[in-house]
Every structure is written in structure tokens, then in C-alpha cells.
Design a protein around this ligand. Structure first.
Ligand SMILES: Nc1ncnc2c1ncn2[C@@H]1O[C@H](COP(=O)(O)OP(=O)(O)O)[C@@H](O)[C@H]1O
Ligand SMILES: [Mg+2]
Length: 398
């Protein structure tokens, strides 16, 4: 089944698409990557998303308009990916959508809202669409995140030793996968901000002329402000046990400005260095706490050599790799993971990992919007795959 996965994360920097040919084979689900491509958001749409995100408030009218505009943008991206990587037609499109609000109270998630009306995607591509994957996990008592854990558990679970997958998006999240005969369940949690505070700081201090610390240059030039770093590390969220999830509802510009206030003004480079160090330190603490000898990183943060360098320094006991070692571009991992989830949904298979999201049971995720043809589902699979194999990539360069 040729599947296009689409996601825009909490950084809302780009629409990431990835196409894969997926099949079930005994105990394996086999993923052959067909190609991946990121489509930068139209600046006006990006600004509209930013204006609607917490801590800002919005209206039902704005939400409706954004749902449509995002749906149309995802539809174009999906159509282009299907055109370039699937000879024009995908059997399935899986759309994560753009998270506008993730409702967490205390230690539970109560709701989540991803916009990007799937009707536009089905209409433009003619393919059936699986969307709204997080809600069903929340309805099953989970956090609705991290959902990419299914990819990590199936891919990394067969190793001899404990490994972890680390995604460095707006938020850093970690899935710890026990290896060998351990028999322990995998667990996962959002560690804290990866790029969320860094992007916010750079955007603010450059008056919007830069939206992120390109190649970590500012952080590399700056000095870490130890006082501010200690203050940031006192955040109670870091002390909560898994499962836990967070987002820009907490880690946003006003959060950073409040903690910065007692220390006066810091230059952009020093602030970048300090919040980069915050990510490295909190991730390294988590790796140390759970005794992880090998970590497989993905997400936009892997393109920041200053962050990756600090992480290596702060976590000397963990071997740091990236998902590129498996033939998956770092920025496309989550799009591939969602392609996998939607594929499982079409086969009647659960795609949440209850031990990772905190759900009380494994459930089939998402809602299905039919494509141009009558909806025909494959026969339900008789057993869930235990492993993910990534076949040699035959990626087409766009
Ligand atoms: N070349 C780069 N140098 C530094 N940071 C980068 C680079 N490329 C991407 N990033 C960071 O990665 C972020 C996007 O990562 P991504 O995995 O797409 O996160 P999300 O899933 O939240 O959208 C950007 O906002 C930026 O902070
Ligand atoms: Mg992104």
C-alpha cells in the first residue's frame, strides 16, 4: 500500500510529507521509503497559525478559517508528494494536522485539536485520508502523545540493549525501548522544550527577521548564563514521572521572558546558548535517569550542530545516532511514523502504545474520510506486527 504521511509539528515551520510503500509480512511490517519532502508554510498562513496558538486566544470563526486554509495547504502538499513519489496516486494519505491546542490538566490529557480539514485532502488527492489520530488515544485514557512511539518500539525493540528514540521538534520527546529479553514495556514522555523556546527567543530578539537559530550559530557564539539556566531547570514539569506531555501552552515566549526578567537583558546569542543548553541538559538528565546507552535522534533539532554537540557533552555515556542510519531523513521521521499509523488503522490494527501514552488499552487510531472511489478496506490483519523493517530506500530526489 502506497501511503503518504503528512505532519506539521509544534514548530509549524513546514509541512513534512513522506511516502512509503508498506506491507505486512509475517511478524513484520515492512516500510520501503519512497521519498520525503518538506513544504515551507506560506508566511501568511504561518502567521495566522501563530496568532491562534496559546497563549493567544482565538474565535470559532478563526478556527474554521484556519481549518480550511490548513486543509488546503496539506492537500497541495499531499498531492505533490503523491505525484512525485507515488506515480500520481497514493492508496492512502495520513494527515496529522496542525495542533492548535493540547488540553492537559494535572497529569492527564483531556482533549486535543489538530486542524487541517481532511475533506480538502481527500477531494484534492482522491485518496482516502486517515486523520485525527490523537483523539482516540485520549479517549482511551492516554495523553495522545507521543504517538510516534509505535515506530520506535517496532523498529528499536529487537535490539540487544535498551535504546531510546529522541525527537527534537518544538518539544523534545523520548521513547525508551527496552532491548533483549528484558520484557519491560516501552515508555515515553515529552522531556521539555527542544526548539520551542529557542525559536521564540530568536524570533523575538531579531524582531522576526530570523525564526530559528540557523545551524546553531548564535548558540555557538554565545555564553551560557548559568543563573538563568538554573532558574529554568527548576521548572516542576521536569520532575514529573512519565507518561507526561507538554507543549507551547507551557513553553512559550512569555514563559521565557518571565524567567529572564530577574536577570536583566541578555544578548540574543547568550540567550540562544542558554536555552540550547537547557534542552541538552534536560535530555541528558533523562538519558542518565533511565540508563540509556544508545539514543536515536530525529527532528529539526538534529540539524543544529551546537545542540547536538552540547548533548554529546552532557550525555557522554549515551551513543548518539540519528534515524538517518536507518535510511530515514531526520526531518521526515514523524511523517513516516504517521504513514505507518494510518496503514495500521486501515488494517484494523491499533497504533498507540499504551505503555507510552498512558492509555488503558491499544486502540485503532483516527477517522477515515473516503476518497474518490468507494471506501474499500483491506481484510483486517489477523495479528499485529512485532517488528518494523525499513527496506533499502529507493527515494527519488524531488
Ligand atoms: N539548520 C538548522 N539549524 C538549526 N535549527 C534547525 C535547523 N533546521 C531545523 N531546525 C530547527 O528545527 C525546528 C523544526 O523541527 P521539526 O522537527 O520540524 O519540529 P516540529 O515537529 O515541532 O515542527 C525549527 O523550528 C528549528 O528550530
Ligand atoms: Mg516542523
Amino acid at each position: 500500500m502506497k501511503v503518504v504521511g503528512i505532519i506539521s509539528g509544534t514548530s509549524f515551520d513546514a509541512i513534512e510529507t513522506a511516502a512509503a510503500d508498506l506491507r505486512l509480512e509475517g511478524d513484520f511490517v515492512v516500510l520501503r521509503p519512497l521519498g520525503a519532502r518538506g513544504f515551507p508554510y506560506d508566511p501568511q498562513l504561518r502567521a495566522a497559525v501563530a496568532a491562534a496558538l496559546p497563549p493567544a486566544t482565538t474565535s470559532a470563526a478563526e478556527v474554521c478559517m484556519l481549518d480550511t486554509r490548513l486543509g488546503r495547504a496539506f492537500a497541495e502538499a499531499a498531492a505533490e508528494a503523491a505525484h512525485v513519489f507515488c506515480e500520481g496516486h497514493a492508496d492512502l494519505v495520513v494527515s496529522h494536522g496542525q495542533t492548535i491546542f493540547h488540553w492537559v490538566e494535572g497529569d492527564s490529557a483531556l482533549g486535543t485539536l489538530q486542524l487541517g480539514q481532511p475533506a480538502w485532502i481527500a477531494s484534492r488527492t482522491g485518496s482516502p485520508v486517515v486523520s485525527d489520530l490523537r483523539s482516540r488515544d485520549i479517549a482511551a485514557g492516554g495523553h495522545g502523545a507521543p504517538l510516534a512511539s509505535i515506530f520506535d518500539v517496532l523498529l528499536l525493540g529487537s535490539g540487544e540493549k535498551r535504546r531510546a528514540a529522541l525527537n527534537l521538534g518544538g518539544i523534545a520527546n523520548l521513547t525508551v525501548v527496552p532491548g533483549g529479553e528484558a520484557g519491560d514495556p516501552a515508555f515515553a514522555f515529552d522531556v521539555g522544550p527542544a526548539n520551542a523556546l529557542l525559536d521564540a527567543a530568536v524570533e523575538y530578539l531579531t524582531d522576526g527577521s530570523e525564526t530559528y537559530d540557523h545551524n546553531g550559530r548564535r548558540a555557538a557564539r554565545g555564553d551560557i548564563h548559568e543563573g538563568l539556566l538554573s532558574s529554568l531547570l527548576e521548572e516542576p514539569y521536569y520532575k514529573l514521572g512519565p507518561p507526561k506531555s507538554t507543549g507551547k501552552e507551557l513553553f512559550n515566549l512569555s514563559y521565557l521572558m518571565e524567567r529572564l526578567a530577574p536577570f536583566g537583558d541578555l544578548g540574543a546569542d547568550d540567550l540562544a546558548a542558554t536555552v540550547t543548553a537547557l534542552t541538552a541538559r534536560t535530555v541528558a538528565d533523562a538519558l542518565e535517569r533511565y540508563d540509556v546507552p544508545e539514543v536515536v535522534a530525529s527532528g529539526g533539532g538534529t540539524s543544529n550542530p551546537t545542540l547536538m554537540g552540547m548533548l554529546e557533552e552532557d550525555a557522554p555515556k549515551a551513543r548518539l545516532r540519528t534515524i538517518e542510519d536507518w535510511g530515514i531523513p531526520s526531518g521526515a521521521k514523524e511523517a513516516y511514523a504517521f504513514a505507518l499509523m494510518g496503514f495500521l488503522t486501515m488494517h484494523g490494527l491499533p497504533a498507540n502504545v499504551p505503555s507510552c501514552t498512558g492509555a488503558h488499552s491499544a486502540v485503532v487510531l483516527g477517522s477515515i474520510t473516503p476518497g474518490r472511489e468507494p471506501l474499500v478496506l483491506p481484510d483486517p490483519a489477523t495479528r499485529a506486527p512485532g517488528h518494523l523493517r525499513i527496506e533499502a530506500a529507493v527515494c527519488k530526489e524531488p
